[in-house]
Write a protein that binds this ligand. Sequence first.
Ligand SMILES: O=C(O)CCC(=O)C(=O)O
Ligand SMILES: [Fe+2]
Length: 325
Amino acid sequence: MENSLHNKFGKRNLWKRIKNRIRPVRYWYKYCQQKFGSRPFSSPETRAKFKKAFENHSRIQHLGNQPAQGQVEKLRKQGYLFVGKDNQEIQLRNDIAVNLVKYIEKDPVYNPNSKQYLKHLNPMALSGDDRELIYKFMAQDYFLNLATQYLGEYPLLVELKVLISPAIEKSEYSGSQLWHSDFDDEKNLKIFHFLKDVDIECGPLQVLSKEKSQKIMDDRGFVWGSNISHDDSLVNENDHLVETCTGVAGDTILIDTVNCLHRGSRSNRKPRYILYATYNTRSSFRFPPYHKLLPWKYSSINEFTVPLIDFDPEMAFLKQEAVNI
Ligand SMILES: O=C(O)CCC(=O)C(=O)O
Ligand SMILES: [Fe+2]
């Protein structure tokens, strides 16, 4: 297949690929050590605790709040879905959004190592109650349903952040300011929830439909991490299929950032504040895809390779990149 995953990796990225598969195992071990004081599976008690944690996965059968008819189809077809404030099943409590903006504006604890144009609030700056409510909002059944149906399995929440795109002088664009596909998996689902109105001056996210993006990536022989992986020449500025995601506070956009070319945080004259989450499959490059190598009867090992998002939401904030381990 021309557009196979293998091609997207390219030979040069083999090491990156290996590292991405080792990394989660390392985090996972660390998690077990912190949480249980022992390495995974080292005692029957530990195994029993894990078993209990994983029972939560049966929750999938009990998810309420199904997305409206047509929303999943639209998401599948376009690769993104706009869920306006008014047709959103559950809204972030207004006081939480207000609190977040207050935190950001009062004393932003920006990650000093992050990009100039895209920073995030240290979740530890928030109160425990706020963190829990944010988590609950992003892990609400409505989003879980969409992610489950889109990804074809009960998903993992691997990122949960408050993104801040500060107002910046126009400079050379780089990284995610340029058209790109995310280095994650065959597909993913990101949620951008607007904490404040996002207009054209806030460096809104721009997205190209899945179908069009795939065609471009095929035609251009797109390779993750190559010198064309982030490149404005991938997409024609004036393509009528480019969607610019502006909206009002409370609006949400869901997007598969692997399959849809996208960019954002460009030329902000005003800052943009987004509550942001990423759902991945269990076999994403960030998590060990052992189950794909195993015969089905052993696939329950899956349960032991998956991270623990339902298990301990508080831990979700320990690691910003892999919040659930
Ligand atoms: O700043 C933006 O909106 C782009 C973010 C992005 O590329 C991503 O979250 O994958
Ligand atoms: Fe991206």
